[in-house]
Write a protein that binds this ligand. Structure first.
Ligand SMILES: [Zn+2]
Length: 180
């Protein structure tokens, strides 16, 4: 597991993170100068610019919450039923099988413990949530880099970011979209 300072330091050195975002939780950052080289944006809603010195620059901003000891599953209102890792059946009642997400004070929902089992109605297997196939509408992880205020599928990591993250040695890294 990556120490928070290691991940934040590496992302700062890459130019993904700028200064701490004023008036937000300490894990919130304005975008760094290399944002556009590290994350590809396809939507027309994304605006770059703003005044970087103001600490509340317009456009996407980022959050790097402290890593969790156990992997957690994060979801949003766009999440679709996950598919069973054994038989592929979608689990429509998945939400009833996981506890409500814990919310850190002032922070984003931090999901649920992904080692909790989900029960497949198709093949009767009971296996941890982290084994299920969530697509890109939910995901599992310990260390998170959250890009805020971007529509689903309108941002994705570019090779410069994925290779830098791979070099950190805490992967595999993946990406997904949740709407809150
Ligand atoms: Zn199954």
């Amino acid at each position: 597991m990556l120490a928070p300072a290691t991940l934040v330091g590496a992302l700062r050195a890459l130019g993904l993170l700028g200064a701490t975002r004023q008036g937000a939780t300490p894990d919130a950052f304005i975008a760094g100068p290399a944002l556009g080289e590290l994350i590809g944006f396809t939507g027309c809603a994304v605006q770059f610019g703003g005044d970087a010195s103001s600490q509340v620059a317009a456009g996407p901003w980022l959050r790097v919450p402290p890593p969790s000891a156990a992997p957690r599953v994060l979801w949003g209102r766009n999440t679709r039923p996950p598919r069973c890792p054994r038989c592929g059946a979608p689990l429509r009642a998945w939400r009833m099988q996981l506890p409500d997400p814990a919310t850190a004070a002032g922070g984003p929902p931090m999901g649920a413990d992904a080692t909790l089992p989900l029960h497949c109605c198709g093949c009767d297997v009971r296996t941890p949530a982290l084994d299920w196939r969530w697509g890109r509408h939910a995901g599992v992880g310990r260390s998170l880099i959250m890009v805020e205020e971007v529509f689903p599928a309108e941002a994705s990591p570019l090779p410069a970011l994925t290779s830098a993250l791979a070099d950190l040695g805490a992967g595999p890294w993946t990406f997904f979209y949740v709407q809150d």
